[in-house]
Design a binder for this molecule. Sequence first.
Ligand code: ZN
Length: 87
Amino acid sequence: MLIFTDEHLKRAGIKSLSKWCSYCSKPLAEYPLIMNDDAGLAVFHAACAAALATDLIVDLYTFFRPPKPYQQLFVLDPTGEHQAPSS
Ligand SMILES: [Zn+2]
């Protein structure tokens, strides 16, 4: 959820901008903010949300395509046609 105004902040259940960013731990202080309520309530500076999303994408890429000498453990394959290499 994108938070641009005091009204958005109020509707998101955040009482004030003095709360802390869940990523950098600095005060939220100003808009825009991004809230993620999928796994608990987390509010981020917009730049911190972008940094977190980038970190997650990089981590997921490494998870599915690990560097040598690690072997691939999981394959995204909704059809079930491919299998991960066995060790
Ligand atoms: Zn932050």
